[in-house]
Write a new protein. Structure first.
Ligand code: MN
Ligand code: MN
Length: 320
């Protein structure tokens, strides 16, 4: 088996403190040939309803990723034995203007998606996911989705605006880019406006697991429920870093106490083997509120777990 073309430099030759910051120190090339996954920064935060500054998330996550090593001992997999990956850089956006930004994001992702490369978006606030789903559904049809988040993001509108980070998944269902029967939201918590906040996800056809339920059924139970929901079909992983407790991820826009510990978040993603991920994103990292890169490193490690799943998928397919 030939070695994958694009991979990080060997840190035993070139120490991690050196080099221009890309995700995992992957080559920054706008290539799609011989590429399995592409990291794509989406520096847009005009959809945010509370703190802003997630536009600086991509560069923070890249900086927080430099210590990542290529072997994932939980799966016994060396990612870059199975996958070629690049840091594609950032797509263009229009600060302050969400509709034109969506168009530019879709345009920027199109060559990646058309080439069959798996895009992994670094946000940006959660509103960007609608554009990613638009781009991917053009190839795959309506997608399943696993959303790890403190909030369902299915409100009808905010201050009369249809497109925000709190309304994004209602829009996605309305547009037909998500298949709600294959969507599950995990980690919702905190004070809400009313039970409607959760009921409307269910009315849209999605499953929703609150953080209290996560505590009751445990991670194994959650993973089982995700599998039943999302199995069989192209699926997107959308990981909002505010699902992690602000003690572990303070650098975010809409913090809710009582969330996942970092190890739980990583274990949850790690458990999602056997799912056909065609894309994913890590959103809502807001470095101005971060300390000692805690949030950025948590985010980078979650992305690494997603990439590891892709590698396991590839390895297992080859062995089948
Ligand atoms: Mn969200
Ligand atoms: Mn959230």
């Amino acid at each position: 088996m030939p070695m994958p073309r694009y991979r990080p430099p060997d840190a035993l030759e070139s120490p991690r403190i050196s080099g221009v910051r890309t995700f995992m120190r992957l080559p920054h090339v706008r290539a799609t040939e011989d590429v399995d996954f592409a990291i794509v920064g989406i520096p847009f935060d005009t959809g945010a309803s509370y703190r802003v500054g997630a536009r600086f998330g991509p560069q923070a996550i890249r900086a927080g990723s430099t210590l990542l090593r290529p072997f994932n001992p939980a799966h016994g997999v060396d990612v870059f034995e199975h996958l070629s990956g690049v840091d594609y850089g950032d797509v263009a956006v229009v600060p302050g203007a969400i509709v034109p930004s969506y168009e530019k994001i879709v345009e920027g992702l199109a060559p990646i998606v058309e080439a069959g490369v798996i895009p992994i978006g670094l946000g940006g606030d959660h509103s960007i996911t609608l554009a990613e789903l638009r781009a991917l559904s053009a190839r795959h049809g309506p997608l399943g989705m696993i959303q790890v988040d403190a909030h369902p993001d299915t409100w009808e509108g905010y201050w009369g605006e249809s497109y925000t980070h709190g309304t994004v998944f209602r829009r996605a269902v309305e547009e037909g880019v998500l298949d709600p029967d294959r969507v599950i939201q995990v980690g919702m918590r905190g004070p809400i406006y009313s039970f409607d906040d959760y009921d409307q996800s269910r009315e849209l056809g999605m499953d929703l697991v609150t953080m209290d339920e996560v505590r009751n059924i445990g991670l194994e139970g959650v993973i089982e429920r995700i599998r039943r929901r999302a199995a069989d079909g192209p699926t997107f992983l959308s990981f909002d870093i505010d699902s992690v407790d602000p003690a572990y991820a303070p650098g975010t826009g809409t913090p809710e106490v009582g969330g996942f510990a970092t190890h739980e978040a990583i274990s949850l993603v790690r458990g999602l083997t056997g799912i056909d991920f065609v894309g994913g994103d890590l959103v809502e990292v807001l470095p101005a509120y971060d300390h000692a890169e805690i949030t950025a490193m948590a985010a980078a490690n979650v992305v690494f777990e997603l990439i590891s799943l892709l590698a396991v998928h590839r390895r297992d397919a080859a062995n089948r």
